[in-house]
Design a protein around this ligand. Structure first.
Ligand SMILES: C[S@@+](CC[C@H](N)C(=O)[O-])C[C@H]1O[C@@H](n2cnc3c(N)ncnc32)[C@H](O)[C@@H]1O
Length: 262
């Protein structure tokens, strides 16, 4: 997916950030307005300016306008299911070692946050999702952020992943559903030798059950990590960790499929 650069254009997703750091997103359309409590900004005043321009609302409030990064879009996009936080999205991409052309089975799809990461890295993604309303929303979110260019690399099937996986010779299987251990035997059928399986699970009892299933199969490199993200307040002379942090999201467990013994 080629990143949009150059002057902001109609159809671009942009983010308005006010002086207090509050962020608002909108897709630019001729004739439309971006409304806040501190007045409005005509989209036509934004169309044609460069990324990072400061504009003023009808009541004199200043906003910086930028195309938002994926991590900001994930927090603003319509969500049904819980999304994977950006702090975990990055490590999942590294643990699963996602690259262009990788054939990836993702399940469940939820709101599509992980789909976006996978697609933007160039993977071919088949998503299994049990709820059609979530699948629809994921497709809408993915298209809003990445455009239609990813259409031929993204397919969602409405189905129960616990019943099996039809794909074969997959490079990666990435799981974010309640019982990933149920999927391990199917993943073993579907992953090529050398393929990677990753599970994101909020609870450590899920980690244990998933690891037991993996340990009973042809896998190596079984590893579980937790990613802690602590932001800092940096306003000298006060330089210290922020008082609040997200204490827990989930655990990431990875393993690599071995060849079948002959
Ligand atoms: C936490 S959400 C996934 C969020 C997603 N990773 C994201 O980044 O937006 C879990 C999803 O798994 C789906 N799901 C649960 N059980 C499933 C199953 N057996 N087969 C397929 N999808 C399932 C749920 O409907 C839900 O959308």
């Amino acid at each position: 997916v080629k990143r949009r650069v150059g002057p902001l254009a109609a159809g671009d997703l942009v983010q308005f950030t006010d002086v207090k750091g509050r962020r608002y997103q909108a897709t630019l359309r001729e004739g439309a307005q971006f409304h806040t409590q501190s007045g409005f900004v005509e989209h036509s005043d934004v169309i044609g300016v460069s990324d990072g321009t400061t504009v003023q609302s009808s009541r004199g409030q200043r906003f910086v306008v930028l195309r938002p990064p994926l991590a900001d879009f994930v927090f603003k996009m319509p969500r049904g299911a819980q999304v994977i936080y950006p702090k975990d999205l990055g490590p999942i991409m590294v643990l699963a070692d996602i690259g262009p052309g990788d054939r990836v089975l993702e399940s469940g799809v939820g709101s599509g946050a992980l789909s976006m990461m996978l697609l933007r890295a160039g993977a071919d993604v088949v998503g299994y999702e049990i709820r059609d309303d979530f699948a629809e929303r994921a497709v809408a979110n993915v298209h809003r952020f990445l455009g239609d260019a990813v259409e031929d690399r993204y397919r969602i099937e409405i189905r129960n992943t616990y019943d099996g996986i039809d794909e074969r010779e997959l490079d990666r299987v990435v799981l974010d559903l309640p019982e990933p251990w149920t999927v391990v035997p199917h993943a073993t059928e579907s992953l090529r030798p050398g393929g990677i399986i990753v599970a994101y699970t909020p609870s450590v009892t899920q980690v244990v059950a998933f690891r037991e299933a993996v340990a009973g199969g042809p896998y190596t490199g079984l590893e579980t990590i937790e990613v802690l993200h602590r932001s800092w307040h940096v306003e000298p002379p006060s330089v210290r960790p922020d008082h609040r942090m997200v204490a827990h999201t989930g655990f990431l467990t990875v393993a690599r499929r071995l060849a079948d013994e002959t």
